[in-house]
Design a protein around this ligand. Structure first.
Ligand SMILES: *Cc1c(COP(=O)(O)O)cnc(C)c1O
Length: 219
C-alpha cells in the first residue's frame, strides 16, 4: 500500500517539486518502504523519534525537521538533519549556529511562517519574517533557503488557499530583496489534504503523511 501511494504521488507531482514523507508516529520499517518506493526526503517532527529512525536508516534518505525545534535539541538535530524547515526565532538560530560552527557544518534552513497568525502556533508572523531573515543571514553556518508554512487546519482544502497565497507573495517579495547569504529557493507548504491547492499556489516542497502511510493510529 505504501509503495503504491508513493508511486502515485511521485507520478502526480510536477517536475522540480520535492516530496517529503511526513513520518511522525511511523516505524523505521514503514519509512524504509517509502524510500524503496522512491521517497528521498523524510520529515520528522521530534528529534527523539528522528534519532530512532535515523539509527536504522542513516543516510539512505535526507532528513528534514518539520516540527517545532526546542533549543535544547539543537545539538542533536544538526547531527541528523539535512534541513531545518521550522526556524522561527533568533535564539534558536544562535543555538544552531553555535553547534554547526563546532561541527564545521552549514545547515540549510527554512523560515516557518505562521500564516494563520494563530497565537499558540509556532512560526513567525508574515510581517516579522524579513527582520528575522536579515538576522539569520548574519550567521555563517546557517543558510536560509526559503519559507515553510502549515496554515490553519480546515476540512475544506480551499480554505487554506489564501494562507498559501499570502506566503507565496511574501516569498517573492523576500526573493526580490536579494539579501546576501539568503537564497529564496524553496517554498514548503501543503499536506495530504491541501497539497494540490498548495502546488497551485506555488509550493515546491510538499509534506505528506496520511496519503502515504494511511491514517495515524492515534487519530
Ligand atoms: C503531520 C505533518 C504533515 C503531514 O500531514 P498529513 O495530513 O498526515 O499529510 C506535514 N507537515 C507537518 C509539519 C506535519 O506535522
Amino acid at each position: 500500500m505504501i509503495r503504491e501511494n508513493v508511486q502515485k504521488l511521485l507520478a502526480e507531482l510536477p517536475p522540480g517539486v520535492l516530496l517529503v514523507a511526513a513520518a511522525k508516529g511511523r516505524t523505521p520499517q514503514e519509512i524504509l518502504e517509502t524510500i524503496e518506493a522512491g521517497v528521498q526526503i523524510i520529515g520528522e517532527n521530534y528529534v527523539q523519534e528522528a534519532e530512532k529512525a535515523f539509527s536504522v536508516i542513516g543516510r539512505r534518505a535526507q532528513w528534514h525537521m518539520i516540527g517545532h525545534l526546542q533549543r535544547n535539541k539543537a545539538k542533536k538535530a544538526i547531527e541528523i538533519f539535512d534541513m531545518i524547515e521550522t526556524l522561527d526565532s533568533v535564539k534558536l538560530a544562535q543555538e544552531l549556529e553555535k553547534h554547526c560552527a563546532r561541527l564545521g557544518k552549514t545547515m540549510p534552513v527554512l523560515i516557518e511562517i505562521n500564516s494563520g497568525r494563530e497565537p499558540q502556533k509556532s512560526g513567525v508572523f508574515p510581517e516579522d519574517a524579513e527582520a528575522l531573515i536579515y538576522e539569520v543571514a548574519q550567521f555563517p553556518h546557517l543558510k536560509v533557503l526559503g519559507l515553510m508554512t502549515m496554515g490553519p487546519r480546515f476540512g475544506d482544502p480551499e480554505d487554506a488557499r489564501p494562507y498559501f497565497r499570502e506566503t507565496k507573495k511574501l516569498f517573492e517579495r523576500l526573493k526580490a530583496l536579494s539579501i546576501p547569504n539568503v537564497e529564496m529557493r524553496y517554498l514548503s507548504m501543503g499536506m495530504s489534504n491541501t497539497y494540490k491547492v498548495a502546488l497551485e499556489e506555488g509550493a515546491n516542497i510538499v509534506r505528506i503523511g496520511t496519503k502515504i502511510f494511511g491514517e495515524r493510529p492515534e487519530e
